[in-house]
Design a protein around this ligand. Structure first.
Ligand SMILES: [Zn+2]
Length: 284
């Protein structure tokens, strides 16, 4: 019997932290039928991490419908995520119909070992048909995209070369931590939720250095970025309100500029680490 871990699933394609509204139908752990409208937390080509308040039995099948495009297919419950912070159970699920592009995002198969270097994964959107792809760009393509705000590349749906732009992700309300202490240290400015909500995010995976005031540091990649903040996965143990120093971008190590940031939220990652949301504090 094959044991599927979410980490192994995630490695088959890039993952994207996308909050997609879904309807989940099936039987709960007590054998009772249920229907729940909820959302995804993380999606990849063949699965994802979803919030379902009903207790589920790993191994059972559920039906998920993407309420944005009405696509639906069968999934298997793989595991319950540990350390759910919201208190609402989060579940790793695996698609039983991998040919159905349920999330509305095309995920190319990711090369296995060795890990691809000099490739920047970004969520792109075709400007003609608005189909989305978690694209692997060369550094050169990425720089061109930044310089010209769009990149010509083939669109399978349009069957032609089209202009692609970076796909936006709306900031989720519950990721704007309401529990951030007012006094989290000298120099901290109380955050205005409205400011954060206006801030659109891009799914761009850039090399990232994270450094803590106590000297601990780690190399990671961004999961998404915005003008005022970023999200990343880390093994480092950080708490909401902690000050960190981040260095994201294509500069060689040592050349970049460490920017102070503050941890705003955290949640379990699908690979055993934690996702952290941090707000940049530069210039304040
Ligand atoms: Zn297109």
């Amino acid at each position: 019997m094959a044991t599927h871990s979410l980490g192994a699933l995630a490695r088959r394609s890039e993952r994207a932290l996308l909050r997609i509204p879904i309807r989940v139908e099936g039987k709960d752990a007590h054998g009772n039928d249920f229907v729940e409208v909820t959302s995804t937390l993380v999606v990849n080509r063949c699965g994802g991490l979803i919030i379902v308040s009903h207790l589920l039995q790993p191994g059972t099948a559920i039906k998920i419908t993407n309420l944005k495009n009405q696509a639906s297919c069968s999934f298997q419950v793989v595991t319950r995520a540990s350390r759910s912070l919201s208190g609402t159970p989060e579940w790793g699920v695996k698609s039983l119909e991998p040919d159905v592009e349920i999330w509305g995002v095309y995920f190319p198969t990711r090369a296995e070992e060795p890990p691809q270097v000099d490739v920047i994964h970004v969520l792109l959107e075709c400007q003609e048909c608005f189909s989305r792809e978690m694209a692997a760009l060369t550094v050169q393509q990425y720089r061109r995209l930044l310089a010209q705000s769009s990149l010509p590349r083939p669109c399978p749906k349009c069957s032609a070369t089209m202009n692609w732009k970076l796909g936006f992700v709306e900031v989720e309300l519950d990721e704007v931590s309401p529990s951030l202490p007012v006094a989290v240290g000298s120099g901290a400015t109380p955050r205005q939720g409205a400011d954060l909500r206006r801030d659109k995010r891009l799914v761009v995976k850039l090399p990232l250095g994270v450094r803590l005031p106590d000297g601990r540091e780690e190399t990671s990649t961004t999961e998404n970025i915005s003008k005022s903040g970023l999200c990343f996965a880390s093994n480092l143990e950080m708490q909401i309100g902690d000050r960190v120093y981040v260095n994201a971008g294509l500069d060689s190590p040592g050349e970049g500029h460490d920017v102070p940031a503050r941890i705003m939220w955290r949640r379990p990652s699908d690979d055993g680490r934690s996702f952290y949301g941090a707000k940049l504090e530069g210039g304040e």
